[in-house]
Ligand binder design. Sequence first.
Ligand SMILES: Cc1cc2nc3c(=O)[nH]c(=O)nc-3n(C[C@H](O)[C@H](O)[C@H](O)COP(=O)(O)OP(=O)(O)OC[C@H]3O[C@@H](n4cnc5c(N)ncnc54)[C@H](O)[C@@H]3O)c2cc1C
Length: 450
Amino acid sequence: VTERLVVIGGDAGGLTAATQARRRRPDLEIVALEKGRWISYSACGIPYVVGGTVDELDDLVVLSPDALHAKYDVDVRTRHEATSLDLDRREVEVRDHAAGRTYKLPFDILQIGTGATPMRPELPGINDEHIHGVANLEDAAHLLDHVGGNAPPGGGRAVVVGGGYIGLEMAEAFLHRGWTRVTVVEQAPEVMGTLDPDMGALVSQAMRDEGIDVRCGTKVTGFEPGVVHTDAGPIEHDLVVLGLGVVPNTALAREAGLETGARHAIKVDRRQRTSADGVWAAGDCCLSFHRVSETWVHIALGTVANKQGRVAGINIGGGYATFPGVVGTAVTKLCSLEVARTGLNEREAKEAGFEHEAVTIESTTRAGYYPGAGKITVKLLAERRSGRLLGGQLVGFEGAAKRIDVLATALTARMTVEEMTALDLSYAPPFSPVWDPVLVAARKAAERLA
Ligand SMILES: Cc1cc2nc3c(=O)[nH]c(=O)nc-3n(C[C@H](O)[C@H](O)[C@H](O)COP(=O)(O)OP(=O)(O)OC[C@H]3O[C@@H](n4cnc5c(N)ncnc54)[C@H](O)[C@@H]3O)c2cc1C
């Protein structure tokens, strides 16, 4: 009898598992359900379409349903939404939005990759049609319908609520598109809450220097058509984007009785198995093990979703793979600045029970005399007793960001800052000073600990 794998969610967490399973199990019947019109897309590219750097949403699509079917023999059903799950009967209730009918789809194996949705706090007026969350191409299409080809008459006033990386990337996108008044409202003392406030302050300032009105320490209290109300007064707008972070899409899983953890994300083991037999999960809907804090956390990133999906798919296909976890690495480009972080920030280090030292250095992205050399600030955290690297943050100009990968690798290898000082990193004037900025920071941290 042919076994059927049903996949819920047509992006990284769902389809990476489907394609990996197919490589090992040519015999499986695979049905993928996606409630939207698009599958296999890069949501990460949305700000660049809104800003006009990338031409259109279709450019963000990796595989069409037809291409996925032809290449991997997956029965892709777009505009088909899983509306409930019965784990005892092993069936999914599906709403076919195009045909306007509901049907039951039995499964032997289930892969959940339902992703996450932008957080919408319960504030008056939050459901106004001018308040946009941006999580997938459907959201982006809806936003682009409102934004139109050019800025509205009078220049266009956009308000971004929340200063996380998605909110800030969207703020920059509006600036690129020619909107003249772009405001970011952030409750915390600085934007980019995944950084420490001293590093976040560099980002707030850089955004202001580019002409974005960044209002930190300001709380949104409600919305009315055309107005965002804050505790520091009203802000008029033509459009609002929410950048308050995301919540995992796990209502289906929870109602079916699957175990969840932090932020109601689905609990998985290191092979991506959920608490129910034959049910797997990957991506923004589930938890990840943090290799530094050694806790289960919810981190919604495409890098993680693809890796977890691959592991789930190999296991579903009868192979053996594990996902050892994340170290919390993320990177973004905001106006002329590159911003990156990995491991734990100071708050997270304290919460995880580490006693740490923090050092910050300033250097340049290339040899100081070489054209294009720009400033880079590096902050490192190390455990006081052992000297082990706990985390790193970078803010700098072109060439800064990918240095975070050295720090992520050092974290994975559980290196001490002293060991890092001897890393044989490359050098030539167009790429770095003779002491790369991460080595300068490691030296300062080692000296501090000594
Ligand atoms: C603007 C933006 C920028 C980003 N930038 C980066 C970046 O630079 N780097 C990075 O690593 N990550 C980035 N991310 C995050 C990254 O896009 C996500 O982590 C990744 O897409 C998660 O993949 P996923 O498959 O778990 O979830 P999703 O991509 O959200 O896919 C889940 C899919 O499931 C579908 N679905 C949900 N419920 C159902 C249901 N009941 N029935 C059928 N279908 C359903 C949804 O419609 C959706 O298509 C960004 C995200 C956004 C929004």
